[in-house]
Design a protein around this ligand. Structure first.
Ligand code: HAM
Length: 425
């Protein structure tokens, strides 16, 4: 036998048993986004590499180490990448189609993203994000509105124990001044910096604050605080946002070390953290913030932006762990046919489907004796077995309860099933 081919590392199949969680989550999110006035947008999975290097940042881990990048087949100079996130594509599409400048643009999106990361629980190379972006509003009202939307989502999903962490990164100008202070501070301790931090010292020193290395915690704790170096307007924006969230009854903690792994942020950044221990260091289930310079950076007129994305696999994992989704509904019918009556039987099955649009029914496939078909019916998990004996007669049998089968005319079968469906609804 030939070798079996497995899925690529970090890229997972979603099996039928998981779909009830995916569908519940996707449907809840879609309704909620619509309720808050967001419109769906779908952008390509492949974009010009330059879009991500310009938007996410040349010296971020994502662009430096994690993108799936290749040249197009017919043009060696056209470097393309699988999208590592959704914001850049959203801005690109908004600019390309002239959608961004009327202060009405609220988009949401959903789909696969790709990052060549070290694989671990909750961290994959292909993962799914659902996210939302709003353009043209300088906030902090829109910051609060969007954060409130995410808080409501946790309520609707039964995940109200998620923790909201907030920070403000200030304007690019105030961050530049703070960056110089950080470089001075860390340069005095280069012997205590790990390899990653040494590299970041001159490329992206704020990311040192975000280190997961316990050996560096004390050094980071002593670093100058970003909050003490915020410009007045950003400090005011941050204070107003906090007041709005408090008035809306949304609890938060301020985390001055929250800097995020993408360079486009200014002012507000936030993350929602799950208390579920088994996601370990991958406990951020939703993250985002304000990116007022991004549209301009990608060639548009200055336009404010605020948005977030959530990791759907992580959320599904939590819903599943906590059994927070009702069990999938069983099929109504497993349909069996006397082997001598297949033509008439299949025609009748289609008539049933036309007459009862909410009926769920599996047609026996692969032939077999009635005994063999009944065995499959028992295994199928359906509520009833319906056997087409001949054009005048069907037999209906409960596959769940020990009751006598009932012999019915086709008309009586239709009536009986119709009343079953009414009860089910
Ligand atoms: P991000 O923090 O890189 O932000 O990703 C958002 C969320 O996607 C994370 O909090 C996490 O739940 C999930 N996620 C990220 N990487 C992985 C992975 N390798 N495996 C599984 N889940 C993952 C962004 O992508 C920004 N575009 C968010 C944003 C939108 N900011 C403003 N607007």
């Amino acid at each position: 036998m030939a070798n079996l081919i497995k899925s690529a590392k970090g890229m997972n199949d979603l099996l039928p048993e998981d779909m009830v969680y995916w569908h519940t989550l996707e449907t809840t999110v879609r309704h909620l986004f619509t309720r808050y006035g967001f419109n769906e947008i779908r952008t390509p999975i492949v974009e010009a590499t330059e879009l991500f290097s310009r938007a996410v940042g040349e010296v971020t881990d994502i662009v430096e180490k994690e993108m799936y990048t290749f040249n197009d087949r017919d043009n060696e100079k056209a470097s393309l990448s699988l999208r590592p996130e959704g914001t850049a594509g959203c801005v690109r599409a908004g600019l390309e189609h002239g959608l961004l400048y009327n202060q009405q643009q609220r988009f949401w999106y959903s789909g696969p993203m790709f990052r060549h990361e070290r694989q671990q629980k909750g961290r994959y190379r292909q993962f799914t994000q659902m996210g939302a972006e709003a353009f043209g509003m300088v906030g902090p009202d829109i910051d609060a509105d969007i954060i409130a939307m995410t808080a409501r989502l946790w309520q609707e999903l039964g995940l109200s124990d998620n923790r909201l962490e907030l920070n403000s990164l200030g304007t690019p100008q105030s961050r530049q001044a703070y960056r110089a202070l950080l470089v001075d501070y860390f340069s005095a301790y280069t012997d205590q910096l790990d390899e990653d931090s040494k590299r970041r010292l001159h490329t992206n020193p704020l990311r040192i604050l975000d280190t997961k290395n316990p050996a560096m915690k004390a050094l980071v704790a002593g670093a100058p605080s970003l909050h003490e170096h915020l410009d007045t307007e950003s400090a005011e924006h941050f204070a107003q946002l906090q007041a709005l969230l408090t008035a809306m009854g949304i609890e938060f903690v301020i985390n001055p070390r929250l800097v995020r792994g993408l360079d486009y942020y200014s002012r507000t950044v936030f993350e929602w953290i799950t208390p579920d221990a088994d996601l370990g260091s991958q406990s951020t289930i939703c993250a985002g913030g304000r990116y007022d310079g991004l549209v301009e950076q990608l060639g548009g007129a200055p336009t404010a932006g605020f948005g977030f994305a959530m990791g759907v696999e992580r959320l599904v994992h939590i819903l599943k762990n906590r059994a927070l989704v009702p069990a999938a509904k069983p099929m109504d019918i497993y349909f069996m046919v006397d082997p001598t009556q297949v033509v008439a039987g299949m025609a009748f099955a289609e008539q049933l489907r036309s007459a009862l649009p909410t009926l769920t029914m599996i047609m026996n496939g692969g032939g077999g004796s009635l005994k063999a078909q009944l065995k499959r019916a028992d295994k199928s998990g359906a509520t009833f077995g319906l056997t087409f004996d001949n054009p005048q007669q069907l037999t209906l049998k409960s596959l769940r309860e020990r009751s006598e089968p009932v012999v019915l005319t086709p008309e009586a079968a239709l009536t009986q099933l119709s009343s079953h469906l009414t009860q089910k609804a």
